[in-house]
Design a protein around this ligand. Structure first.
Ligand code: SF4
Length: 366
């Protein structure tokens, strides 16, 4: 019989942990479930659950958002993007348009969408317009974008791609002198597409316990228990605690589509820097569908950057799990979901926004 969250908690509480254990997750969905279910407070105080690089909106490079804004301001273009992206601010001098929402307010044709198929529908409904889909996301977003491109798109639809791969960011952390965590809960959704095998390097190359988790408290606690048990037994391996959906090799068709239309490149993560082999770009033969090639004069025109992050914003350290959201000195005052300063307070997958929505306030001990 499947264990309940209560059962898993009981098993975890019975473990004799000699020291503090830090377990990182790399998925905004995981972080939301952990926070909303109150798992941190329910676990023994020696166990720290650390939100890591799990929010694609938070790490989307400033230059890509800036480029999307400029394209949106291009009179012939209808710019469509996932809703979260619209409010993400870029750091530009005062008086300049700093988000897609502001571009929209200034008269640009910027529209929020919920899926790549909506971009297709808008392009078909408006053949007289150039429609640019600003596609920012991890593998779970880039795979449907690849499917859209592979099936063929109308001539007036192009993609401004800002796709990222999750595991290279974890590899970068593990290659650093002080990774900052002792075990990893690997992202379930990404593993359904790319396969759990992508995460085998964590125990194999670094001796760090890892477990793929789903999004229920039961699955997250099962993964937590698995990694703790591995630590206590001195035996690191990759456990699959989401077997209902995560199968060996993931979704081979989706991976084949990704390979068909995109290639892996070194890519910039906002506030973090360039991470080797962590991004996607469209293959050269897809030039007609690539907004970067279709609109070269608009890109980066007049872009006067004044820094990657707004002054005082600690998003980069939050994303890397170096600090908790409420350790940023702007958290809650003045940065809130109503008036976000950094991207982590904008996105539903951003740790700052999740913590704020979960009722975590400034002085609380995490
Ligand atoms: S609280 Fe706001 S300013 Fe601070 S890290 Fe989070 S998003 Fe950035």
């Amino acid at each position: 019989m499947a264990r309940s969250a209560r059962d898993w908690l009981e098993l975890i509480r019975r473990l004799d942990l000699p020291q503090r254990v830090r377990i990182m997750n790399v998925c905004g969905g995981h972080e939301r479930s952990i926070t909303m279910a109150g798992l941190r407070a329910a676990l023994p105080s020696r166990i720290e659950l650390i939100p890591g690089p799990g929010c694609p909106v938070c790490i989307c490079p400033e230059e890509d958002i800036y480029e999307a804004i400029q394209l949106g301001l291009h009179g012939e273009v209808t710019l469509v993007a996932f809703g979260d992206m619209l409010r993400v601010p870029v750091n530009v001098p005062k008086g300049e348009i700093r988000s897609l929402s502001q571009a929209q307010a200034a008269g640009a044709d910027v529209r929020p969408i919920a899926s790549p198929m909506e971009a297709l529908a808008i392009a078909r409904a408006h053949p007289e317009r150039e429609v640019v889909f600003f596609a920012a996301g991890f593998e779970t977003t880039t795979a449907p974008v690849a499917a859209l491109l592979a099936q063929g798109t109308p001539d007036n639809l192009s993609i401004l791609l800002s796709g990222r791969r999750t595991w290279p960011a974890v590899a970068m952390l593990l290659d650093a002198e002080a990774p900052g965590f002792d075990a990893l809960v690997a992202p379930g959704h990404v593993a359904t597409v790319m396969g759990p095998e992508e995460w085998e390097f964590v125990p194999r190359d670094h001796g760090i316990p890892a477990a793929v988790a789903g999004f229920t408290p039961e699955s997250l606690l099962a993964a937590t228990y698995s990694t703790l048990r591995q630590l206590l037994d001195g035996r690191a391996f990759l456990d699959n605690c989401y077997p209902e959906l995560v199968r060996p090799e993931g979704n081979p068709s989706a991976r084949a589509l990704l390979k068909r239309v995109m290639e892996v490149v070194d890519a910039n993560w906002r506030g973090v820097g360039v991470i080797p082999a962590s991004g996607y770009r469209l293959k050269p033969k897809r030039a007609a569908q690539d907004a970067r090639r279709r609109f070269p004069p608009t890109s980066r025109q007049g872009h006067r950057r004044v820094g990657e992050m707004p002054p005082g914003c600690d998003c980069a350290r939050v994303v890397l799990g170096k600090i908790y959201p409420n350790e940023c000195r702007l958290y809650g005052k003045p940065c809130t979901p109503r008036s976000p300063i950094g991207p982590c307070m904008v996105s539903d997958e951003g740790a700052c926004r999740i913590w704020w929505a979960g009722g975590v306030r400034i002085a609380e001990v995490s």
